[in-house]
Design a protein around this ligand. Structure first.
Ligand code: PLP
Length: 394
């Protein structure tokens, strides 16, 4: 079959270019360290489990109890079989965490983004336009493309990363359209930088645009109490629509949400295709997320621990000659250039007992491949010290 031959050729080309990704086999839960097949116990610097909740005893117990109480799942989508009670509790708490009127959940944030953007674009006819940052997460990029397919009269534009003059000029170009939407990541996952939400929010107000912020890497990390990028800018409760994942800080399992005004959430439940045609969050995933939200809301000391760890790691890297950027996120990219170099550095670090991933094209632009160092509140100073000694040998 020609197609299968083509696949073989493409995979061979990736191997030859040193761009073929080898997936690790994990032999332990996520934590400050993890056991990997072939590498043994290594310091883990690549999980988004920022607050160390993925294997927290309270979180695990919540998941266990939920399966005992509710079974594995509904066996159907929500509009057919309905919602379990826990869906409503979790969604109430996610709305509270986001300081919005309501929230609804999906099986991933990928789905949440593919729910909100195409649904908004579908109802706008030729009067709707979406403006998006060029470095937004792939799920946002694909969601806008999908929205354009679903409603061919809709329009979209991309502005250079965090370039607010360009954002404004795109909004001016769409001045005649009453339904304008601006969408941005809160924390850009490959850069570790924050969207300038204060100014984006002001521009949206001025141009009558609805602001959608995906804060998957901001919640639990950024802002005084870990409420996210909006809190960092003093805008908690002022962003129109928030999307986020349950697969990173909030338990590390899977799931996503859209939080916003009640009428918009009602529309998502009525019309968003990833909820209409895909199963609800299973009990275990929902329960671990709910428990994680509880822990985050009652105990912001974890957020401070994470911050202290990030600070220690960044200053240690700097002392060892690595260039790092300062900022409130827990992501520290180390730019190395070619993709093969980043992959080779990541392999060497693994030999030295540190699990940190090299990202190359197409995840980041060609020539800007990097290692991405991520800390967790669960790391102890000795883990960070071990990692720094390995970096010194790189
Ligand atoms: C900004 C952003 N949005 C969405 C997602 C997708 O989240 P999920 O794994 O829940 O689909 C990610 C995960 O990488 C992300 O970083």
């Amino acid at each position: 079959m020609k197609m299968l031959e083509k696949i073989d050729a493409d995979l061979d080309a990736m191997r030859a270019a040193g761009q073929f990704k080898q997936l690790q086999n994990l032999l332990s839960p996520m934590g400050p360290t993890a056991r990997l097949e072939g590498a043994g116990e290594v310091v883990l610097l690549c999980s988004n489990d920022y607050l160390g909740l993925a294997n927290d005893p309270e979180v695990v117990a919540a998941g266990e109890q939920a399966v005992r109480k509710w079974g594995a799942g509904t066996g159907s989508v929500r509009f057919i079989c309905g919602s379990f009670d826990y869906h409503r509790t979790l969604e109430k708490k996610l709305a509270q965490l986001s300081a919005t009127e309501a929230a609804t959940t999906y099986v991933s944030c990928w789905n949440a983004n593919e729910a909100i953007l195409p649904t908004l674009m579908a109802i706008g006819g030729d009067q709707v336009a979406v403006v998006s940052d060029e470095l937004n997460h792939a799920s946002i990029i694909d969601a806008v493309r999908l929205g354009r397919q679903i409603n061919k009269q809709s329009e979209s534009a991309v502005y250079p990363h965090a370039n607010l003059a360009e954002l404004e000029s795109k909004l001016k170009a769409f001045a005649a359209k009453p339904f304008k939407v601006v969408v941005t990541d809160g924390v850009f996952s490959m850069e570790g930088s924050l969207a300038p939400l204060d100014r984006i929010h002001a521009i949206c107000k001025q141009h009558g645009a609805l602001l959608v912020v995906d804060d998957s890497h901001g919640v639990g990390v950024v802002g005084q109490t870990g409420r996210g990028t909006a809190e960092h800018f003093g805008l908690h409760g002022k962003i129109d629509v928030m999307t986020g994942t349950l697969g990173k800080t909030l338990g590390g399992a899977a799931g996503g949400y859209v939080a916003g005004p009640k009428n918009l959430i009602d529309l998502m439940i009525q019309k968003s295709r990833p909820q209409l045609f895909s199963n609800a969050l299973p009990p275990a995933g929902a329960a671990v997320a709910e428990k994680s939200v509880d822990i985050l809301m009652r105990d912001p000391s974890r957020v401070q621990r994470l911050r202290d760890n990030v600070k220690m790691m960044r200053s240690g890297l700097k002392e060892r000659g690595f260039e790092t950027v300062e900022g409130p996120s827990a992501i520290t990219p180390i730019i190395l250039g070619p993709t093969a170099k980043a992959i080779a550095a990541s392999k060497r670090l693994l030999e030295l007992g540190v699990f940190v991933i090299g990202f190359g094209y197409p995840v980041v632009p060609e020539g800007k491949a990097r290692l991405r160092v991520q800390l967790s509140a669960a790391h102890k100073p000795e883990h960070i010290q071990r990692a720094l000694e390995a970096f010194a040998k790189l």
